[in-house]
Ligand binder design. Structure first.
Ligand SMILES: Cc1cc2nc3c(=O)[nH]c(=O)nc-3n(C[C@H](O)[C@H](O)[C@H](O)COP(=O)(O)OP(=O)(O)OC[C@H]3O[C@@H](n4cnc5c(N)ncnc54)[C@H](O)[C@@H]3O)c2cc1C
Length: 500
């Protein structure tokens, strides 16, 4: 039976077939669709999305003040200029993506409320078969595709990560996770404790401090913050000069990347000087008498985690003016009225916000099977952090954790389209990464190394992620400045990609 007959038979059985199937309609899935249309116009594709609308992260999170931490010149796509201030609200990001869906005519390719639960590869048919649950009708559908493009993000959208503290059930107030923010939560004049001190805490605290009686940031250990105005002088100047938006976007993007490169280099070469500069930025708001060392001096090197942005110093001003405070301590237990700390101190609260991060998920919690064998991604080697050893016709997008995620999504999209076109030129129906003989003894390393990036949500779940090696193409450096040259020039015939 030839391929076309086989596909016709499948659609007669109610199974829909696509050349490429994209899982997820967040910023990465939409990016993948754009690139497919640009570079592989003959491919028939679909995006399947669990939620009722697009945007992923920016639709899921609805906590007060929700905004980007990255600037949109780099978090926005390389190919669609950003015309607003650098930091954007979730609403502004969704509007930008909405424009993309219209301008690029992508909306018609998305199926909302379609959740992929299983993916099964058959080497005989060179085909993925997916089981998909429809959220609105409860039906189970089947799709087949030649190539599966995973743009499902890196965490479980349905629920955030909340540690299990003793006594939580005794607490008489409300416990809320930012990822599942209740629409009816009234925090006016309430005492609020936010557990955690990452970017989410830095966003929520100033937004809530406007209305609540007092908000306390409770952290086990400090985070590096950088106070910045929501303004980019270069962008403002170029806009004043009426320079075309696309040029402004590209020029400002390059300048920001160059500045980030300098910070990254300095974090290795002169970490102490960089640390002191960051602390001086905090001291400028809180004054010399504030105990910066206890509350704002992390034990890790700057850039080992993303530097969390404090917009216009808002959270620091709240602390300075008494609307907010910071406590660095450990939780002993929850009580009826708040939190008892290891130091013996008690924090009173009406509402406790657990800004304690995500539950990571490897590839959208989908059960993968290859030729009848269940697939455990932890056993695979990541091929440039895009493909997996032993897994045919599957790519996934894992963006940058410290720089903007999307810069890598753009790069991965270009790589995948190049790979698809290369397969078409060769007449290959499948591509499977495989270690070369001299790589079989390679020492495995965690996909994200703690010395490089040590956020809790990653270190907690490292064991579910694939491993990396010690040489290309088995390295996942999370380093834009290395990958911007490596990925576009990657050799698709280096002996690690087996075509059939
Ligand atoms: C509050 C918050 C702020 C952030 N701020 C920044 C920032 O400023 N800069 C930055 O670089 N990064 C930031 N991030 C990280 C952020 O997740 C990424 O940058 C980016 O939005 C990820 O986009 P994505 O499309 O890859 O994944 P997501 O946004 O996670 O979208 C994935 C989509 O896939 C869908 N999906 C998952 N599994 C399935 C399945 N089995 N079937 C069908 N659909 C599925 C989900 O429903 C979701 O819509 C932030 C994250 C959070 C939570």
């Amino acid at each position: 039976m030839n391929v076309t007959t086989e596909i016709h038979q499948r659609s007669a059985q109610g199974v829909e077939h696509f050349d490429v199937l994209i899982v997820g309609a967040g910023i990465s899935g939409i990016d993948a669709a754009y690139h497919l249309q640009q570079h592989c116009p003959d491919k028939k594709f679909v995006l399947l999305e669990t939620q009722e609308t697009f945007g992923g992260t920016w639709h899921t999170h609805k906590f007060p003040g929700i905004r980007s931490d990255s600037d949109l010149f780099t978090f926005g796509y390389k190919w669609k200029p950003w015309s607003g201030p650098p930091i954007a609200t979730a609403g502004e990001i969704l509007k930008y993506l909405d424009e993309v869906l219209d301008e690029q005519d992508i909306r018609k390719h998305i199926r909302f409320r379609h959740s992929v639960s299983t993916a099964t590869w058959s080497s005989k048919e060179n085909l993925w078969t997916l089981e998909v649950q429809r959220g609105d009708t409860g039906e189970t559908l089947r799709f087949t595709c030649n190539f599966l493009w995973m743009c499902q993000g890196y965490y479980r959208h349905a629920e955030g990560y909340t540690p299990d503290w003793p006594g939580m059930d005794r607490f008489q107030g409300r416990i809320v996770h930012p990822q599942t923010w209740p629409e009816d939560l009234d925090y006016k004049n309430k005492k609020v404790v936010v557990i955690g001190s990452g970017a989410t805490a830095a966003t929520i605290i100033p937004a809530m401090a406007k209305d609540c009686a007092h908000v306390t940031m409770l952290q086990r250990s400090p985070t590096y913050f950088i106070a910045k105005p929501n303004q980019n002088e270069l962008a403002d100047m170029l806009r004043l000069l009426d320079i075309p938006e696309a040029w402004t976007h590209e020029i400002v993007r390059r300048k920001i990347l160059q500045e980030q490169n300098t910070i990254q280099r300095r974090s290795f070469e002169e970490p102490e000087a960089l640390k002191q500069e960051l602390l001086a930025g905090i001291r400028a708001y809180l004054g010399d008498d504030f105990d910066i060392e206890t509350h704002f001096m992390p034990s890790y090197r700057p850039w080992q985690q993303r530097l969390a942005v404090i917009l216009d110093g808002d959270m620091l001003k709240d602390i300075r003016d008494g609307r907010a405070s910071v406590v660095t301590d450990h939780i002993e237990s929850f009580t009826e009225t708040g939190i008892l700390l290891k130091s013996g101190k008690e924090l009173e609260a009406d509402i406790i916000v657990t800004a304690t991060g995500f539950n990571m998920s490897a590839l959208g919690d989908i059960a993968f099977t290859i030729d009848g064998e269940p697939l455990d991604f932890a056993n695979c080697w990541a091929h440039r952090g895009i493909l997996f050893s032993g897994v045919p016709n599957l790519a996934y997008v894992f963006g940058y954790l410290r720089a903007s995620w999307t810069m890598r999504a753009d790069m991965v999209s270009e790589f995948v389209c190049r790979l698809l076109n290369h397969m078409a030129e060769k007449g290959a129906r499948s591509v499977t990464p495989q270690l070369r003989d001299d790589e079989k003894q390679m020492e495995p390393r965690p996909l994200i190394e703690a010395k490089n990036f040590n956020a809790g949500y990653i270190t907690r779940q490292l064991h579910i992620l694939p491993k990396q090696g010690d040489r290309q193409p088995w390295i996942f450096s999370q380093d834009y400045y290395a990958e911007k040259d490596e990925i576009p020039n990657a050799d698709l015939e280096d002996g690690t990609l087996i075509y059939s």
